[in-house]
Design a protein around this ligand. Structure first.
Ligand code: ATP
Length: 372
């Protein structure tokens, strides 16, 4: 439901740490350019401090007022947070994105992976050009439920507990089937694969049982099952056969990096953290301490996450201009990469963040005719 008038949408912007700050600055340039090109409601961006660096300065990684602003906003744009040297007193890393997922019930981690011309060909098989699937990761329970709850027994044993609930599994599965239906309308197979380890763990057998119950309510779509180890193999051997995958939190965490590797690395992998009330859009990558501050980051994953935000807002508030904006961003990136106007350093090219951003900004007006 809309929280703002359609003349303006409030976007909370959390650049965070490391390359999160760099790619976010570039992203706001692109989104401002999009607004000039497509019109529609004004996107009003408000930046907030949060993350590891902010924790080092203030003792608070995600201040209450920032969480409150995220709750009120129409959408949240998130760069990346965390830094190896900055930790809580117990040694754990600063990961406010996990707190946001819990607090705002952002239960669906949506990770689309699509190859297009200009991306590196990681797999030799020609069919890898057809890679186009979406990984849907449950992200409010699963093994991440154990975060902050690990039980140490002396100095000899430790237990991390996994939580799988009917409510959590049913809603993520429903989400995956709805997504598959939308994709089917665009020519995809309409298949949802439940990725689990139901042959070993009761929690995973339960996940599969609830998946099957939900699947029965979607007779037009094809339910499918895979054990996570077999799915990892499929993802490398024939990822072009995948459509929509739905999985537990930890499995999703691991598989999403493997999936990003299929299209050349983290710099091209966007993501959306979506719940029933809120949406947060961030690149799948982290703060990349190894390249932070050097202008080397590929900002395209952030741009594509911005496009996912526009799609989500367009759908939620029925604003077609925003959907056009999303297509423009995608087309501009495809244009830049396929024409080799700029090749990201991540792929062995010479273009750092500034060059990639300039190239995408310059391409936007050129692709308007294709998208309109
Ligand atoms: P996290 O634990 O938050 O995922 P991480 O340090 O494990 O963080 P990333 O920050 O995603 O993982 O970095 C993994 C690798 O990918 C690093 O070598 C990093 O330089 C590279 N990388 C990540 N994002 C980008 C990007 N946008 N452009 C270029 N290289 C990137």
């Amino acid at each position: 439901m809309s929280k703002s008038t359609h003349s303006e949408l409030d976007i909370a912007v959390l650049p965070g740490d490391g390359i999160g700050r760099e790619v976010m600055a570039a992203n706001l340039e692109v989104l401002n350019a999009i607004q000039h090109l497509v019109g529609g409601p004004r996107l009003h961006f408000t930046k907030y401090n949060a993350g590891a660096q902010y924790y080092a300065e203030s003792g608070d990684a995600l201040p209450g007022p920032v969480l409150g602003a995220c709750r009120k906003a129409d959408a949240i744009l998130f760069g990346a947070m965390g830094w190896p040297d900055i930790r809580y007193p117990d040694g754990t890393e600063i990961i406010p994105q996990l707190d946001l997922r819990m607090a705002l019930e952002l239960y669906a981690g949506v990770r689309p992976i699509r190859w297009f011309s200009g991306l590196p060909k990681i797999l030799a098989d020609k069919r890898a050009e057809k890679i186009d699937f979406v990984l849907v990761r449950e992200q409010t329970e699963g093994l991440f439920y154990a975060r902050g709850r690990g039980r140490l027994v002396g100095d000899d044993e430790v237990y991390d507990e996994m939580q799988v609930t009917r409510k959590g599994t049913a809603r993520i599965t429903e989400f995956a089937f709805r997504l598959a239906a939308t994709r089917k309308a665009r020519g995809h197979e309409g298949r949802v694969t439940c990725v689990d380890k139901a042959n070993v763990f009761s929690s995973m057998a339960f996940f599969r049982k609830v998946f099957d119950e939900v699947a029965a309510r979607h007779p037009d779509l094809a339910p499918d099952h895979a054990y996570v180890d077999a799915l990892a193999l499929t993802m490398v051997k024939k990822p072009w056969t995948l459509d929509v995958l739905v999985t537990e939190n930890m499995f999703g965490d691991i598989l999403s990096d493997l999936a990003a590797g299929l299209i050349g690395g983290m710099g091209m992998a966007p993501s959306a953290d979506v719940g029933d009330q809120h949406g947060l859009f961030q690149p799948a990558h982290g703060t990349a301490p190894d390249i932070a501050g050097q202008g080397k980051a590929n900002p395209c994953a952030m741009f594509l996450s911005g496009a996912m935000m526009l799609d989500w807002l367009a759908d939620r508030h029925q604003i077609p201009q925003l959907e056009t904006g999303a297509r423009l961003i995608e087309r501009a990136i495809e244009h830049v990469l396929s024409q080799r106007i700029a090749v990201p350093m991540e792929y062995g090219g010479k273009a750092g963040s500034a060059e990639m951003t300039r190239a995408v900004l310059d391409a936007l007006p050129l692709v308007v005719a294709e998208v309109a």
